[in-house]
Design a protein around this ligand. Structure first.
Ligand SMILES: [Zn+2]
Length: 252
């Protein structure tokens, strides 16, 4: 996908990857607490020290969300400048998004949990992914992808939705906003897109999350890093919570 905007990570930020990961660990503890509360029932809610956070997390309780790790098996997707395969990045990020969503009570369906295709042909594989969302009467279909273009300088995660989808746009903008605040390395905006089968052929709200550019050497290295994958997953998760709760969520 071509894009004229050139994005660069600004040097000397007050909060680097380490700082954001420290914050993420604290968030992880909060999510564990929330998960425990959900496990023992709402009667235990007073045990939670942050009631507002709990209310936000409860926004996802019982929601059915399909997380689609793009490509897989015979189909590697894009290949990064150093050989990182998109299918692997997509799966790693998707599994983390699914974990986070489950911790707050969402019903998550993953289209794949290992390095496989869903059919023998690319066409059937895509149809199968759409069918999974329809068969499960999902509320959201979120496909996790990574970008690649011939020019190496472009970078930054970006979320895409079908132009006519009001809900898709709201969800995309929420995730884009949390990607900006969590990753702090892009000011890209959520954008409408055409001719993407999973976005344009699903009755349920469906969007594409492009986590970054494998054609950019620095971003390729980040996307292959498990700590950065967790940050990306957390940004997507926060964006989904923000969408369902109807208010922007900057963090837990
Ligand atoms: Zn892809």
């Amino acid at each position: 996908m071509r894009d004229k905007m050139q994005k660069q990570v600004k040097a000397g930020r007050p909060r680097g990857l380490a700082g954001r990961l420290g914050r993420l660990r604290r968030i992880g503890s909060t999510l564990v607490v929330l998960g425990l509360v959900l496990a023992v029932g709402l009667a235990a809610a007073p045990l939670v020290e942050q009631p507002e956070e709990e209310a936000l997390a409860l926004a996802l309780l019982g929601k059915t969300i399909v997380i689609d790790a793009g490509h897989g098996g015979f189909d590697p997707g894009a290949i990064g400048v150093s050989g990182v395969q998109e299918k692997d990045v997509n799966l790693a990020v998707s599994r983390r998004v699914a974990d986070l969503l489950r911790q707050v009570g969402a019903s998550v369906i993953e289209t794949r949990t290992e390095d496989i295709a869903l059919a023998e042909s690319k066409r059937e594989d895509i149809h199968r992914r759409v069918a999974i969302a329809e068969e499960n009467d999902a509320g959201l279909f979120i496909t996790i992808q990574a970008n690649s273009i011939p020019q190496g300088q472009y970078r930054g995660g970006q979320v895409f939705y079908a132009a006519e989808s009001v809900e898709g746009r709201a969800l995309s903008e929420s995730i884009q906003q949390s990607m900006q605040s969590v990753l702090q390395n892009t000011d890209r905006k959520a954008k409408s897109i055409e001719n993407i089968y999973v976005v344009n052929n699903l009755a349920v709200t469906s969007i594409v999350v492009e986590t970054g550019f494998l054609s950019n050497a620095e971003e390729e290295a980040l996307l292959a890093d498990s700590r950065y994958q967790q940050l990306v997953a957390y940004a997507v998760f926060l964006g989904i919570v923000g969408y369902y709760s109807g208010q922007p969520v900057s963090g837990f």
